[in-house]
Design a protein around this ligand. Sequence first.
Ligand code: ASP
Length: 624
Amino acid sequence: MTDDTPSLATPYRTHTCGQLRATDAGSPAKLSGWVHRRRDLGHLIFLDLRDRHGITQIVVDRTEQPEAHAVASRVRTEFVISVDGEVARRLEGTENPKLPTGDIELRVADVTLLSEALTPPFPVNEPNAQIDESLRLKYRYLDIRREPMQRRLLLRSRLVQAIREVHHANEFVEVETPLLIKSTPEGARDFIVPSRLQPGTVYALPQSPQQLKQILMVAGIDRYFQIARCLRDEDLRGDRQPEFTQLDLEMSFVDEGAVMDFVERMIIEVSRATVPDRPIQEDPFPRFTYDEAIDRFGSDKPDIRFGMELVDLGPRLVDPSGAPASGFRVFDETLASGGRVKAVVAPGMAGLTRREVDELTERAKRFGAKGLAYLALEPGGEIKSPIAKFLSEELTRSIVEEAAANEGDLILVVADQAEVVAEALGRLRVELGGRLGLADPDVLAYCWVHRFPMYKWDPEGGRWDATHNPFSGVVPDDEDLLVTASGDPAKPSPDDPAGRARALQYDVVLNGWELGGGSIRIWRRDLLERSFGLQGYSLEQMRERFGAMLDAFDYGPPPHGGIAIGIDRWAALFSRQTNIREVMAFPKTQSGADLMLDAPSPPDPEQLAELGLRFVGAPRNPGA
Ligand code: ASP
């Protein structure tokens, strides 16, 4: 114990269950906690007593302490007890090196039963037990008692503490923004809350504090951060929940480099403080443009812990004039129609069976490709490939050379439109890299992806959609591109120069997960209006949706930008989890339910009446 360790002593305990050591032998101690395990040897009862801080072995001897023994013989696992006694060294040979308290035990004179417990629906004392997740969620309080959940929630708490410390040290101001607001679109559906005081109106729960943090910049806060709850009504996946937490920050008088530099230093400090044993692959973080990331990794959230980069075979498949000339119809037609032919090399996988290759082809098809071609480099140099018969021997060798494949490797080729090739090969790369164990699970490989396209054409809406955030700025060199080909801002078309504009948007990626994203904002009124116009918002609609921010921008907005980083994802990656539910105390199921609280649930009819609401056609209409 160091001197600055706070005492957690209370009338119920002199020490925690993780605190006593051999040097305490001979001293009195009182502990309280849950019975983790119980062994009854007749005249001796051993109890492992547990609290959040650890486990201590308790011994009750019938001959010496018959009353305490009588109480101890009634207790069962998960009962809450308080014990008083003397710390003793364990007999030689019975120490438990796995426990920090394993050199001692508490020989107790007194046992007080504080709470009884029903038999838990799953073992609390077996960290590796396979337990159905819905049972864990229903009895989350028991699940959180288990060691793995305790460890992860503690890590998350350290993470948030480190975030706060770094921001305060850098003169950020922590500001809370309200939950009952007006819609701030982030591309998801809003959760809405009907107003009782103003019948017929609703609040929207924030998809993020985006507009408010920008308004805080207009308000002169200069550097803002918040551990912010965000609510988005969207379909759930492993890395998504309807409510989640993000580190939200915004800075004034910055450009893209200034935000990225601060965020990068902050991330490194927070990582070192939270998981000091995890090496950071590269510092400074590599920065990829969006085009480069897609080109090299087939993804805008590349896992850079391993290579297996995509190889463009196109240049090898054309004649000197640039015309497709591979002789293989699929390749030639793809190239002629503006598509791409690219490959990834799976090291050491040439020996895959026919069935395994078929499986990979099925995967590629699921990712959108029409098919998957392959060339296997057998040991000894022979090339086995169903497409070899269409290609000259020279061309086959040339492909192998371009792919820089070695004997024993498998070259997987997809020919299709550029996005399909990137998607299919990017996904196969990650899957095979994982299967081959190429991604070091300890390493934290952060990188940046920036220069995203500003807009994506929405054929149904007949307008340009912001790819990230409707407030993202444009790369200064591309400002002139924020126009339509027709010249009329109200008449956008897919051929508009706007389609080529790049955003001042940056995403930070960790081990293949998008950890966060942000942008330098459009703070100049003229550019903002042009950008909103391209996104199909009339001036009136703009006022209705973003009126407060536009009004604020009339009063001197500073140049500003920020980012939001997913704390659930960060904690999951730090804890080596693939599902953010594992690092949330009370998450929702895939269908948005809280199994413990039984939410959502039908409202009281009086609540509906007060709000002037009636469910129409709801299957569980309580008022019906
Ligand atoms: N508001 C954005 C989000 O929540 C992040 C940002 O641009 O700062 O994703």
